[in-house]
Design a protein around this ligand. Structure first.
Ligand SMILES: [Zn+2]
Length: 447
C-alpha cells in the first residue's frame, strides 16, 4: 500500500513539473509594498492556462506573461492557478507614510563656499527631476539666506533664488566683494570661446532657447541687480563645456564635426547599460537586461567601425562600471556622441504591465533632442516596436554638455509581446543596424 501511494505521488509531481509555469517576479511569496498595484511576470507553456485571482492571463508565443493586480490596504492573497499547479502569494500593502513637508526658514544673508566641483544649483529644493540650473565649481562663493529641508536657498539677484544641497557647501568667513574684470571672445574654425572674468568665483546659470545659449553670472555680493548676461547664437549641431579658472569662466561651444565620408572623424562612445552585480531589468523569461545590452553594443561597435567611426566602449565584458566612470570614459576620449543602450521595465508597480511597451529614447540637454527623435524613428521603423516617445530625463550619463548623448530603451522586458521580439536571435543585430541608420540620418539631417 505504501509503495502504491508513493508511486501516485511521483506521478503527480512528474506532471506538475512538466506543466509548471514559473513566476519570475515577485521573487518572494510574501512581500510588503506601498504601491497601488503588484505585477507578476513569468513564463509558461503556450498550452497552459493560467489564472491569477480567477482572471485568465495572456501567454505570448514564447511563453512570456505579465499581469498586474490592484492591491487593497493590508493583506492581499493572490492565487495563481494553472491546469496542474496552484501557488499562493501574500502581498501586504502598507499605504505610503505621509511625509511632512519641510518649511522655509529665512535668515540674514551669509556667505558660503561650494566644497566640490559639479555641485548642482537647482530651481527647487528637490534632489531629482529637471531642476538643475548649472553645475557649480569648487570654491564658488554663494550668498545664502534661507533653508528648506536638506537645501539652502541661494540669493542670485532681485527676486531670483536657487537651491543647493547643504552637503555641497560650507560656511565661509571670507569677506568677498568680487569685481568684474573683462570679457573676451575667441573664434576658431569649429569652435568659439567666450570668457568672463571676475576677481572671485561667483555663481552662474545656463539656459537655452531655440536659437541661443544664455549664460548668466550673478554678483549679489556687490548689488542685487548685478547680473552679467551673454547670449550666444547656437550652431545647428553643437556641444559645449564650461570651465572656471580662478574667477574666469570660459564657455567653449563646438560645432558638431562634419565627417569627410560616412562616420570618419566621429568619436562615438557606446554604453551597454548595467553589468556585473547590476543586472538591470529582469524579463518575463527570467533573462537579464545587462546581457542583451552588451550583445547589441558589440554588434553596434562593428557596424560603426566599418563606417569609419572611432568607437569607445564603456564596458566590453560583464563588469560593473559606475555611472561617473562611464561619463569619464566618454569625456577622456573626447566623444562626439554617447549612446547608452538599455531595455526597459516598469519603473514602479503602479502601472498596467500591458500598456508599457515599445521604444523610448531619453536625452537631457536640448542639443541631444534631435538625435533622440531620429533614433526613435529608425528603431521603431526597423523593429516595428511601438513609439513610446522621446523624453527628457536627468540621467547622470546624459547630463554632460560636452557630447551629444542619448539613452535608448529598445523595448520593455516586462511586456510579453516585446519579449517575443527581443528574444529573437537577430534582435541585437537588427537593433544595432537601426541605431547605425539613425546616427547616419542625424548627421544628414534626415528623420
Ligand atoms: Zn537599464
Amino acid at each position: 500500500m505504501r509503495v502504491f501511494i508513493l508511486f501516485i505521488i511521483t506521478i503527480l509531481m512528474g506532471i506538475n513539473t512538466a506543466f509548471a509555469y514559473e513566476i519570475v517576479l515577485p521573487k518572494e511569496k510574501k512581500t510588503i509594498v506601498n504601491t497601488k498595484y503588484a505585477f507578476f511576470i513569468g513564463k509558461a507553456k503556450n498550452s497552459e492556462i493560467i489564472e491569477i485571482n480567477d482572471q485568465k492571463v495572456y501567454i505570448a508565443q514564447n511563453g512570456a506573461f505579465a499581469h498586474s493586480i490592484k492591491l487593497k490596504d493590508g493583506e492581499n492573497r493572490i492565487v495563481i492557478r494553472s491546469n496542474f499547479n496552484t501557488q499562493v502569494y501574500k502581498i501586504y500593502r502598507n499605504p505610503a507614510i505621509q511625509n511632512t513637508k519641510p518649511e522655509l526658514l529665512e535668515f540674514t544673508p551669509q556667505i558660503y563656499t561650494v566644497i566640490k566641483d559639479n555641485s548642482p544649483l537647482r530651481s527647487s529644493p528637490v534632489d531629482g527631476g529637471m531642476n538643475r540650473l548649472s553645475h557649480l565649481f569648487e570654491e564658488t562663493s554663494l550668498l545664502i539666506d534661507g533653508e528648506k529641508g536638506d537645501f539652502y536657498r541661494v540669493f542670485l539677484s532681485k527676486n531670483n533664488y536657487a537651491w543647493i544641497s547643504k552637503k555641497h557647501v560650507k560656511k565661509s568667513n571670507k569677506k568677498i566683494e568680487p569685481n568684474f574684470i573683462t570679457t573676451n571672445t575667441e573664434t576658431y574654425k569649429n569652435a568659439s570661446v567666450y570668457s568672463i572674468e571676475f576677481t572671485e568665483k561667483i555663481p552662474y546659470t545656463i539656459e537655452e532657447n531655440d536659437k541661443e545659449l544664455i549664460f548668466k553670472t550673478y554678483n549679489p555680493f556687490v548689488s542685487e541687480e548685478s547680473v552679467y548676461t551673454l547670449n550666444i547664437k547656437k550652431p545647428e549641431k553643437y556641444y559645449y563645456k564650461i570651465n572656471l579658472n580662478k574667477g574666469q569662466y570660459a564657455l567653449k561651444i563646438n560645432e558638431f564635426p562634419t565627417p569627410e565620408q560616412n562616420l570618419e572623424g566621429i568619436t562615438i562612445t557606446i554604453d551597454p547599460g548595467h553589468g556585473g552585480t547590476e543586472k538591470g531589468a529582469i524579463g518575463c523569461l527570467g533573462d537579464e537586461e545587462k546581457k542583451i545590452n552588451l550583445q547589441i553594443a558589440e554588434q553596434l561597435k562593428t557596424l560603426l567601425e566599418n563606417l569609419g567611426a572611432n568607437v569607445v566602449m564603456t564596458r566590453e565584458c560583464d563588469a560593473y562600471i559606475s555611472l561617473d566612470d562611464r561619463v569619464k570614459i566618454a569625456q577622456d576620449n573626447y566623444s562626439d556622441l554617447f549612446i547608452s543602450i538599455h531595455l526597459n521595465s516598469i519603473p514602479d508597480i503602479e502601472m498596467n504591465v500591458h500598456k508599457n511597451k515599445g521604444t523610448s529614447v531619453f536625452y537631457y540637454n536640448p542639443n541631444s533632442k534631435m538625435l533622440a527623435k531620429t533614433l526613435e524613428n529608425s528603431i521603431t521603423q526597423a523593429l516595428n516596436t511601438k513609439k513610446a516617445g522621446t523624453h527628457s530625463a536627468s540621467f547622470a550619463v546624459l547630463r554632460p554638455t560636452d557630447y551629444i548623448g542619448v539613452l535608448v530603451e529598445v523595448a520593455y522586458m516586462t511586456n510579453p509581446l516585446d519579449s517575443v521580439l527581443y528574444t529573437k536571435e537577430d534582435f541585437p543585430s537588427e537593433t544595432a543596424k537601426a541605431i547605425t541608420d539613425g546616427i547616419l540620418n542625424f548627421l544628414n539631417n534626415e528623420n
